[in-house]
Design a protein around this ligand. Structure first.
Ligand code: SAH
Length: 251
């Protein structure tokens, strides 16, 4: 009796923050070789069209369904690429794929699965303003779709007390208008009012826009779902039109 061999593959990629030059060549090569692309519609729209390629666009909230579809197609022998924005491992599809593998068909564990790194929003946003991530930093998603607000508050408080630069992903959406305001309120109890707050919208695209504020005057309404918010550390400072965090604490 012959054992069926799995010939399909699944590569999880990120398109980078937007501009095509910020997509890595390895990601572009994986996309060019794919028979099937699976992803949220707007991310698929960033990928140049290839004749004969099937595109499976889905709604933003359906990550696990999307991961299962991608795994089933790979198990049928297709060369599947799952497309995220930014980096696929940062608040994105790579974890959803492994979550689906964990609870899914045993054969999925033998599939040829690969993750390609990409330029995440935090790096593109930092580059727009200078070097705010030059010291120790951490990243936090403010979305409470998959975790409780109590967890978010606990982590934000710990990060603020530890004086990290904090990159806030998913600061706001139409369904969650109040969370960034609540986060600023919490930060004001711990950090100086002079702490730099950067709202970087559409980083790494031709429409990039930066609003620089301080914790005292930061207005949560400046953020939407295409904005990354950077909260400075106590050493983060402005020099001319740039914001940076020195590498050394002796300065
Ligand atoms: N995997 C993505 C992040 C997905 S979470 C990455 O690595 O970048 C979605 C959040 O990322 C958005 O709400 C926003 O906070 C941030 N984001 C994504 N692209 C962005 C961009 N071009 N500019 C600013 N923020 C961005």
């Amino acid at each position: 009796m012959s054992v069926p061999t799995v010939t399909g593959s699944l590569v999880v990629v990120g398109t980078g923050p937007g501009r095509l030059e910020l997509m890595t060549p390895a990601t572009a090569a994986a996309l060019a070789h794919a028979t099937d692309l699976v992803g949220y519609g707007p991310y698929l729209d960033r990928v140049p069209l290839q004749p004969g390629q099937c595109r499976h666009a889905s709604d933003n909230r359906r990550e696990l369904d999307r991961a299962r579809l991608a795994l089933s197609l790979a198990a049928e022998g297709r060369r599947v690429v799952v497309v995220s924005g930014g980096d696929p491992g940062v608040f994105a599809m790579a974890s959803a794929v492994f979550e689906a593998v964990e609870v899914g068909e045993p054969a999925w564990r033998d599939l040829d699965i690969r993750v390609e790194p990409g330029v995440t929003a935090m790096l593109a946003a930092a580059a727009e303003v200078g070097a705010p991530l030059g010291g120790d930093f951490c990243a936090l998603s403010l979305s409470d779709n998959l975790k409780s607000w109590a967890t978010i508050e606990r982590r934000l408080k710990a990060a603020a007390e530890a004086d990290f630069v904090i990159a806030l992903y998913n600061p706001a959406s139409r369904a969650r208008p109040a969370q960034l305001g609540a986060a600023f309120k919490l930060l004001r109890t711990i950090r100086s009012g002079a702490t730099p707050i950067l709202f970087v919208r559409a980083a790494g695209t031709d429409q990039a826009r930066v609003i620089a504020a301080t914790l005292d005057d930061a207005d949560a309404a400046c953020a939407d779902m295409r904005t990354l918010v950077i909260v400075g550390a106590s050493s983060t400072r402005r020099i001319g039109r740039w914001i940076y965090t020195p590498r050394s604490e002796r300065s």
